[in-house]
Design a protein around this ligand. Structure first.
Ligand code: PLP
Length: 604
């Protein structure tokens, strides 16, 4: 099936069977849209959502005064004045072809007249969101982002700074990229800890972070302390800076430049006065990366998940015009191992009486299918981590897409750990599994592979408007500091351009597998060792050997599934991996782990 965007480019989309109940739902929205359009044009309009003819027609003929073309629910809809045209509705469906057109397209496009309604799995969601937005509009509850324009330099700065700003520009073209690792990259995987911290960690003594750091924060003193044996150097295998961008000079330069020109504090939440051209640029680059219409920045990944879930819950109450009945609520199907922020978001929305949660067994598509089949509620959302943070396994994206087609739910992924790491361009898990257009909402964070801070929701413009108007953790929190937004924008470009980083990290994944024989699927490696004591003992042993690896214990993971969570980075070398696997071989049994992994995989 072919789709035409306003740019005139063509993409192939899978065809879908027409479901009559579905069609009925969408037609309801067509009618309300039609009424609105009639008012807008001050004319009586004929609605032609499916037009059957041998001929082609030229969209140029339909000016705004005469009528217009819109896309609703994935189908092209013509709104035409009755006086000029006498279109009739279709006489039934069959196997037909359909074209899409972006709303209010002005470009002259020649389209063969189509004779079919094509239903997208989420077309009901499109119409529900539209209806929710109309309700919000009538209640005057739609909220706006009004970017404050911050120029590239600040004329009020001292002369020397002002000049350095003038000499460099903020534009993408001036970002510096490198085609291989450099000395600075090591900063992302090498750290020092003081002897006091080391001792407390070794003896599992609770710390408030007030350990005697002895030599302050100055680099030169730290060097001296390290060489005098006061600090211990550790090689980090526990961070989420997968590409090593936290120490990338292009990223830090962007932050420095923005901090010099504009200071630190964003001065307010995004809806008040904390949203600037820097935030907008970052949103655009993330929307591009995720191949979505738009994107909404949130203060953190945690707040992005919470904002989305509270906003989706609101659709239930807005459409019901008050507290929704059981069947009017939103059914959210959530993987049992989803991130805490998804769980908390769902709990909050449940408390507000907007959603009902169904937790399906981890990655178990039969269980999810059964729950969906039994569920009488129409408004359904499936939310899952794409790459699970504790186990390092991927959600079964292809099966999820199949179920989405079957049940017509909204598919939402938390792509926190896969963004920038997976896919040819770093687009994340959906790009890796070639299903970007089947993922409706992609939530992510800039605090992991981007090496910065902040969260985002890549989605359609309609969803963005809904979330920015109803997502409480977005609305009621101060926006991202400008230097952080500038740094993250640089990081998006670096991550895209420096492809060698993605190649390197996946090479390290293969190296780990080759050195241990343990099958691994991602840079997050979870070695389940069993009891808490075993995990702590292993972590202590690794610490003594200079490796920063944490033991993950309840309540983060279930009792007796305590583990060592190891994360690999593009910046690790093969020698680092040798050091790691040698040390691991002294405290964990690779054969046992290999056996339980194989067993586990055969059950999937
Ligand atoms: C899967 C997942 N989602 C969301 C988050 C939250 O992101 P942030 O640290 O930006 O709040 C995390 C981070 O821990 C995560 O692992």
């Amino acid at each position: 099936m072919e789709s035409l965007t306003s740019n005139g480019d063509r993409r192939l989309r899978p065809a879908m069977a027409v479901d009559k109940a579905f069609l009925h739902e969408v037609l309801k929205v067509y009618i309300s849209k039609f009424m609105k359009a009639s008012r807008m044009l001050g004319d009586q309009l004929a609605l032609a959502w499916v037009v059957k003819s041998q001929h082609s027609f030229d969209v140029r003929r339909f000016t705004r005064r005469e009528g217009f073309v819109d896309e609703i629910g994935g189908a092209l809809v013509l709104f035409l004045p009755c006086s000029s045209y006498n279109w009739t509705p279709p006489e039934g469906a069959g196997r037909r072809q359909c074209f899409h057109l972006k709303p209010n397209c002005r470009r002259p496009l020649r389209l063969p007249l189509f004779s079919c309604v094509k239903m997208e799995a989420n077309s009901c969601w499109d119409s529900w969101v539209e209806e929710a937005l109309s309700k919000l509009e009538s209640l005057k509850l739609l909220r706006s982002l009004r970017p404050i324009y911050l120029p590239n330099y600040n004329a009020n700065q001292p002369k020397s700074i002002e000049n350095s700003q003038l000499n460099s520009s903020n534009s993408h073209e001036n970002f510096e990229f490198f085609n291989g690792p450099h000395k600075w990259d090591r900063n992302s995987v090498q750290v020092n800890i003081s002897e006091a911290t080391f001792q407390k960690w070794l003896h599992d003594i609770p710390s408030l972070g007030d350990d005697d750091l002895m030599y302050g924060n100055e680099g030169a003193d730290n060097e001296a302390a390290a060489s005098a044996g006061k600090f211990r150097k550790l090689l980090v295998f526990s961070g989420n800076d997968y590409l090593g961008l936290s120490s990338h000079p292009t990223v830090s330069k962007a932050a420095i430049k923005a901090a010099r020109a504009h200071g630190m504090g964003p001065r307010g939440s995004a809806l008040i006065c904390g949203y600037t051209n820097y935030h907008r640029s970052l949103e655009s680059s993330l929307a591009d990366l995720k191949r979505k219409e738009d994107c909404l920045l949130c203060p953190t990944g945690l707040s992005a998940n919470m904002a989305f879930i509270t906003a989706v819950g609101n659709v239930g109450s807005l459409l019901a015009g008050g507290k929704p009945s059981m069947n009017e609520r939103i059914a959210i199907f959530s993987d049992a191992l989803n991130h805490a922020s998804i769980i908390d978001g769902i709990r909050l929305a449940e408390k507000q009486g907007c959603v009902v949660a169904f937790v399906y067994k981890h990655c178990d598509m039969c269980h999810l299918d059964a729950l969906l089949s039994k569920c009488p509620m129409k408004k359904r959302v499936v939310v899952t981590d794409s790459l699970f943070s504790m186990d390092g396994d991927f959600a079964p994206m292809i099966e999820l897409v199949k179920l989405r087609k079957k049940h017509g739910f909204l598919l939402v992924i938390d792509d926190a750990h896969a963004t920038f790491v997976c896919g040819k361009t770093g687009g994340g898990a959906a790009e890796k599994f070639n299903c970007e257009s089947d993922v409706d909402i992609c939530i992510g964070t800039l605090s992991k592979a981007a090496g910065c801070h902040g969260g985002f929701i890549a989605c359609s413009k309609k969803w963005k408007l809904l979330i920015q108007s109803r997502g409480r953790s977005f609305i009621f929190s101060t926006s991202t500091p400008v230097p952080v937004a500038a740094a993250a924008h640089a990081a998006v470009s670096v991550a895209k351009q420096e492809r060698w980083r993605r190649i390197a990290i996946w090479n390290r994944v293969r190296d780990f597998q080759a050195l241990t024989g343990i099958p691994v699927t991602s840079p997050i490696i979870s070695l389940v060792v069993g009891s808490e004591e075993k995990a702590l003992e292993a972590s202590r042993h690794l610490l003594k050997l200079g490796l920063h690896i944490t033991a993950i214990r309840p309540p983060t993971v279930p009792p007796n599934s305590c583990r060592l969570r190891i994360t690999l980075s593009a910046v690790h070398t093969l020698d680092d991996l040798r050091k790691l696997t040698n040390a691991l071989s002294q405290c964990v049994n690779f054969q046992e782990i290999k056996f339980s992994c194989t067993n586990c995989n055969s059950k999937l």
